[in-house]
Design a protein around this ligand. Structure first.
Ligand code: PGA
Length: 249
């Protein structure tokens, strides 16, 4: 059985006080949730304060990005070592916003994934097609290629610590969601790709989330699909009640 993982990607939102306010509400409202993993991903600036606030709770900490070197002259970057040091467990990499606004390539995503795993951190690797690619019938090709490139050189035993998030770009922040059948179909194709790269065993344990306009109204429908193991939630994770409802789908 794969434990569903619901992660809130707060993106570039919330000051430290606002982040603390949100996470205090979540700590209370989600304290009895046991059968799913809950992760919040605040900005770098709020990570440490949130880390202290959630100590001893069932909420885990995620970061939204990192660099792949341990330290050095990389102005503006944050390393896996630094994240690990303050209690981060998950790191989102390859988000489509980073791929499109900050030129994050599959090669870079792959380097980040390997660096994170080496340090005992768990990458949430985002993949997904654009509207143009979908309309050109390229969805399968694009997603398969991303999975192959992003996981290149990652050992089978390391897959226990990897989460993939399928996020069709056209569904992110647009209010449009993939139908649950379509999300399930692409996620199943990702699982087949893992089987091809590794084996049936790895494919059956790897968790694959859906992301893109997940809200309380569509969470149950999406989360109860056979291949979908949770959600990466953007907009709706900024609101305590909405995120609570999604976690408790
Ligand atoms: P959204 O964002 O839920 O606001 O569509 C999802 C994401 O970017 O991870």
């Amino acid at each position: 059985m794969r434990t569903p993982i619901i992660a809130g990607n707060w993106k570039m939102n919330k000051t430290v006080d606002e982040a603390l306010d949100l996470v205090r509400k979540l700590k209370e409202s989600l304290k009895d949730v046991k059968d799913r993993e809950i992760v919040v991903c605040p900005s770098f600036v709020a990570l440490y304060a949130v880390a202290k606030e959630i100590e001893g709770s069932n909420i885990k900490l995620g970061a939204q990005n990192c660099y792949y070197e341990d330290n050095g002259a990389y102005t503006g970057e944050v390393s896996p070592v630094m994240l690990k040091d303050i209690g981060v467990e998950y790191v989102v990499i390859g988000h489509s916003e980073r791929r499109s606004y900050f030129a994050e390539s599959d090669d870079l995503v792959n380097k980040k994934a390997k660096a994170l795993l080496k340090k005992g951190l768990k990458p949430i690797i985002c993949v997904g097609e654009s509207l143009e690619q979908r309309e050109a019938g390229e969805t399968e090709n694009i997603v398969r290629k991303q999975v192959f490139r992003d996981l290149d050189g990652i050992e089978p035993y390391q897959l226990n610590d990897v989460v993939i998030a399928y996020e069709p770009i056209w569904a992110i922040g647009t209010g449009k969601t993939a139908t649950s059948e379509e999300a399930n179909r692409v996620i199943s194709l990702i699982r087949d790709t893992i089987k091809e790269m590794y084996s049936e065993k790895e494919a059956s344990v790897l968790r694959i989330q859906y992301g893109g306009s997940v809200k309380p109204e569509n969470a149950t429908e999406l989360m109860t699909q056979s291949e979908i193991d949770g959600a990466l939630v953007g907009g709706a994770s900024l609101d305590a009640e909405a995120f609570e409802a999604i976690v408790k789908f």
